[in-house]
Design a protein around this ligand. Structure first.
Ligand SMILES: C[S@@+](CC[C@H](N)C(=O)[O-])C[C@H]1O[C@@H](n2cnc3c(N)ncnc32)[C@H](O)[C@@H]1O
Ligand code: SF4
Length: 469
C-alpha cells in the first residue's frame, strides 16, 4: 500500500494512513449528532405530535435545554450554522420575546416543572441578545423549569464581541462554561474566510472570562480551511494549547455550498483535499496529545480534569446536536429557530424561518417544522452508532440486549467489519467492535454500516452531507 509522502517531520512521525484508504473511506456521510440524521426528518403541519410527547414527559427524570440565537455581527464565509447577519437591535429584541413565549408554551404543555441539569446557549452568537433580555429569558426558564443548583450552564461566544462588562453579566446569569470561536490564528487563513481576530484578542477574552469567574473554557478550532497547511494547523493548536482551554473541539471544515451559498465566497482552489485534511487532523491531534490533552471521540481534546475525560460515576460521554457532551439526560428540549428537541419518542425540529417562528408563537402554536418518530430498530441502531462515535468501540451483544434483540441481526455488518479489519481500521472480538487508533478518522464510515437510512445517493450521488474526513 502507498504511504502518503510528506516532507513534514511531524507528519512522518504520526500514523500515516495509506492514500488508498482515504480514497476508499472518504465518503459524504452524516456527522451522527443524531440517528436518524436530520435530513430524514419529515415535515410537520402542526404541533400535535410534540404536544403529545411533552404531556407524557416523566416528572422524575432530569432534562437538558438548548436555546438557539440565529444572529451574528458579521458573516464568516465558512459558516455552516443556522444564522444571519443583523445590524438592528429591534428584531433581536422581538426574537428574545418569541423565545420567552416558546418557553412559556412548552412549560404549559409539559404541565410540571422538570428538573434541568444542562442549559446551553448556542447560535449564531448568543450575546447578540442584550443582557436585559437574557435576564428575562432566564426568568422564563425559572418560571417553567427547576434549574439545578449546580447547573452545567454554557454559552458559545465570539471573542471579537466580548467586553469585560458582558463577561461579568454572563457570570451573574450563572454561566460557568464558555465556548470561544477561535478557528485559526494564521492571518492569511483568517482573511480568506472573512474572520480576522488576533491571538491577543483571544487571549484577552480568555482572561476576561476567567476574571469574571467563568472558569471553564472551550475553544472551537477548524482544519480544512483555505490556505491551511499541516504546519499552520499545528502552529494554531499549539498556540491555542498555550492558553490552556479545558476543552478543544477540532472540527473538520464542512464544505456544503449547495446548502450554505456564502461558502462559495471562499477561494475553493485553496481548500485542502482529503489527503491534506487527513494529515492536518492527525498532526494537530498529535500536537494536542503531546501537550497533555486526551482525545475524546472524533474531534474533541480535553484536559484530564474535564468531565468529558472523567464523566461522573454511572455517566458516559454522549453525542447530541452540539457534539460531544457529558449530558446523560434522555430529554433535550430545543428553543429557537432550527433547534432540535430529542425525546424518548423521537425528534422535533423547529422551523428555520424567523417569520414563521414568530407568527406561530404569536398564535399560541409551537413552531414545529419537521420531526421523526422512532420506529423499528431506530433506537438500537442509534445506540450502536452513538457508542462507536463516543467510545470508538461497541459491544453489539450488550446494546442488543438493552433493546430486547439478538446481536445476530447485525450479521451483515459483522461481515463488512471483518472485511474492514484487513485495512487495519477496526478489530473484532466476538460481538465487540473496536475502532483502532489509525481507524479513528474513519469512524463515520464504520458507524455508517449501521445506518439503515443511508441511501446510495447519500454516499455517492447528489450531496447531502460533507466529506467524512
Ligand atoms: C456558533 S459558532 C461559535 C460561536 C460564535 N458564533 C463564533 O463563531 O465565535 C460554532 C462553531 O461551529 C464551527 N463551524 C461553523 N461552521 C462550520 C463548518 N462549515 N464546518 C465545521 N465547523 C463549523 C466553528 O468552529 C464555530 O466556532
Ligand atoms: S462562525 Fe460564529 S460568528 Fe461566524 S458566522 Fe458562524 S455563527 Fe456567526
Amino acid at each position: 500500500m502507498t504511504a502518503i509522502q510528506s516532507p513534514d517531520p511531524l507528519v512522518m512521525a504520526s500514523a500515516i494512513a495509506p492514500l488508498d484508504l482515504i480514497a476508499k473511506y472518504d465518503r459524504r456521510l452524516p456527522r451522527y449528532t443524531s440517528y436518524p440524521s436530520a435530513p430524514h426528518f419529515q415535515p410537520l403541519s402542526d404541533d400535535r405530535l410534540f404536544r403529545q410527547w411533552l404531556a407524557v414527559l416523566p416528572s422524575d427524570a432530569p432534562i437538558s435545554l438548548y436555546l438557539h440565537i440565529p444572529f451574528c455581527n458579521s458573516l464568516c464565509w465558512y459558516c455552516g450554522c443556522h444564522t444571519s447577519v443583523i445590524n438592528r437591535k429591534e428584531p433581536v429584541i422581538e426574537y428574545a420575546h418569541s423565545l420567552i413565549r416558546e418557553i412559556d408554551l412548552i412549560g404549559a404543555a409539559i404541565g410540571h416543572r422538570p428538573h434541568v441539569r444542562h442549559l446551553h446557549w448556542g447560535g449564531g452568537t448568543p450575546t447578540m441578545i442584550r443582557a436585559p433580555e437574557m435576564e428575562l429569558i432566564m426568568a422564563a426558564l425559572n418560571r417553567n423549569f427547576s434549574l439545578d443548583l449546580e447547573l452545567d450552564h454554557s454559552i458559545e461566544l465570539d471573542p471579537r464581541t466580548l467586553t469585560d462588562e458582558r463577561a461579568l453579566s454572563l457570570a451573574e446569569l450563572g454561566i460557568n462554561r464558555a465556548s470561544l470561536g477561535v478557528q485559526d490564528f494564521d492571518p492569511i487563513v483568517q482573511e480568506s474566510v472573512n474572520r480576522t481576530q488576533s491571538y491577543g484578542l483571544v487571549a484577552a477574552a480568555v482572561r476576561l472570562l476567567r476574571q469574571a469567574g467563568i472558569g471553564t473554557i472551550n475553544f472551537d478550532l477548524l482544519y480544512g480551511l483555505p490556505f491551511q497547511s499541516v504546519q499552520s494547523v499545528v502552529d494554531t493548536v499549539k498556540r491555542a494549547a498555550d492558553l490552556e482551554p479545558d476543552r478543544i473541539a477540532l472540527f473538520g471544515y464542512a464544505h456544503v455550498p449547495w446548502m450554505k451559498r456564502h461558502q462559495k465566497l471562499l477561494p475553493e482552489a485553496s481548500l485542502p483535499g482529503p489527503n491534506q485534511r487527513f494529515l492536518q487532523a492527525n498532526a494537530a491531534a498529535e500536537a494536542l496529545t503531546g501537550r497533555g490533552y486526551r482525545r475524546v471521540g472524533l474531534d474533541h481534546f480535553v484536559l484530564p480534569h474535564d468531565p468529558l475525560s472523567q464523566p461522573n460515576q454511572g455517566d458516559r460521554v454522549t453525542r447530541n446536536f452540539q457534539g460531544y457532551t457529558n449530558d446523560n439526560c434522555s430529554v433535550l428540549l430545543g428553543f429557537g429557530t432550527s433547534s432540535i428537541s430529542q425525546l424518548p419518542q423521537g425528534y422535533i425540529q423547529n422551523t428555520t424561518d424567523n417569520l414563521v417562528y414568530r407568527q406561530r408563537l404569536s398564535e399560541g402554536h409551537l413552531p414545529c417544522g419537521r420531526g421523526l418518530a422512532f420506529a423499528g430498530d431506530d433506537r438500537l441502531r442509534g445506540a450502536v452508532i452513538e457508542r462507536l462515535m463516543c467510545d470508538m468501540e461497541v459491544d453489539l451483544a450488550e446494546v442488543a440486549r438493552t433493546y430486547l434483540q439478538t446481536p445476530g441481526i447485525f450479521a451483515d455488518q459483522i461481515r463488512q467489519i471483518d472485511e474492514m479489519t484487513a485495512d487495519g481500521i477496526v478489530r473484532r472480538d466476538g460481538w465487540r467492535i473496536l475502532v483502532t487508533e489509525s481507524g479513528r478518522s474513519f469512524v463515520r464510515s464504520i458507524a455508517a454500516l449501521f445506518d439503515a437510512y443511508l441511501a446510495p445517493a447519500d454516499a455517492d450521488g447528489a450531496p447531502r452531507h460533507s466529506h467524512s474526513i
